[in-house]
Design a protein around this ligand. Structure first.
Ligand SMILES: Nc1ncnc2c1ncn2[C@@H]1O[C@H](COP(=O)(O)OP(=O)(O)OP(=O)(O)O)[C@@H](O)[C@H]1O
Ligand SMILES: [Mg+2]
Length: 225
């Protein structure tokens, strides 16, 4: 589903060498890979590069067989709408839309008819255990519930790639485990490729594989402590 080869990222502010180089990664449909690494090593930047939100300085990104490095901003924006799902630490659920409208938005944005978008959004909210809350407002929900809405929204349009940056950073450990299990289950069910950036060892362990990012690339085994 996703094949990354030799990805390089530099920032002007870091003139001495690249933030990271030689990033290789292959993620299958239905597979979820955790990415760990020191703070500031570039995990969020890597996700942004994969989503075309940051330019890359070398390498190749193939999603569903299509080369993405070098796509212009408009083409990447279209692709993000159609083929990407995002889950962030600070949910980004819109406060003035009901839950079902928040989730359906991802489908309206890619041109789905209102009725179909609403029906799929409802089914997706049922899947994350919020079927009875469809017409409710985000301000009535707990942090864990809001993150379940974010999962529903990230997956409702059946994306190819789901990028999650610290999706459980705001939640207590018990809620975090429940939300992660739901995320992994839905990524697998949707046949998407999932990338989960996390500081939490227990969160990473729920993924199919764990990779550690450093300036030389992604490495299979976290260092022994
Ligand atoms: N637009 C930018 N211009 C210059 N430097 C940047 C820019 N964005 C990020 N950086 C730097 O790149 C490095 C990596 O940042 P990034 O946010 O990707 O780290 P991270 O691994 O996600 O860290 P954390 O675990 O704390 O979230 C940091 O040193 C950061 O200051
Ligand atoms: Mg980060």
């Amino acid at each position: 589903m996703l094949i990354v080869r030799g990805l390089v990222k530099r920032f002007q502010a870091h003139p001495h060498g690249a933030l990271f180089a030689g990033v290789d990664l292959a993620v299958s449909a239905g597979e979820c890979v955790a990415i760990v690494g020191e703070s500031g090593v570039g995990k969020s930047t890597l996700l942004n590069c994969l989503a075309g939100l940051e330019p890359v300085d070398g390498g190749s990104i193939r999603l569903e067989g299509r080369e993405l490095a070098g796509l212009d901003d408009d083409a990447f924006a279209r692709l993000r709408r159609m083929r990407y799902g995002f889950i962030f630490q600070a949910f980004h659920i819109l406060p003035h839309l009901t839950l079902v409208q928040n989730v359906a938005l991802a489908m309206w944005l890619q041109g789905s008819a209102e009725g179909e978008a609403q029906a799929r959004a409802r089914r997706m909210l049922e899947r994350v255990g919020l079927g009875a809350r469809c017409e409710d407002w985000p301000r009535h929900l707990s942090g864990g519930e809001l993150q379940r809405v974010a999962i529903a929204r990230a997956l409702v349009h059946r994306p190819a790639l789901v990028l999650a940056d610290e999706p459980t950073g705001n939640l207590d450990p018990e809620r975090a485990a429940g939300v992660l299990d739901l995320l992994l289950e839905n990524v697998r069910e949707a046949g998407a490729a999932g990338l989960l950036v996390t500081h939490s060892a227990s969160a990473a362990q729920r993924a199919d594989r764990i990779l550690r990012l450093d300036s030389t690339g992604l490495h299979a085994r976290p260092p022994a402590r």
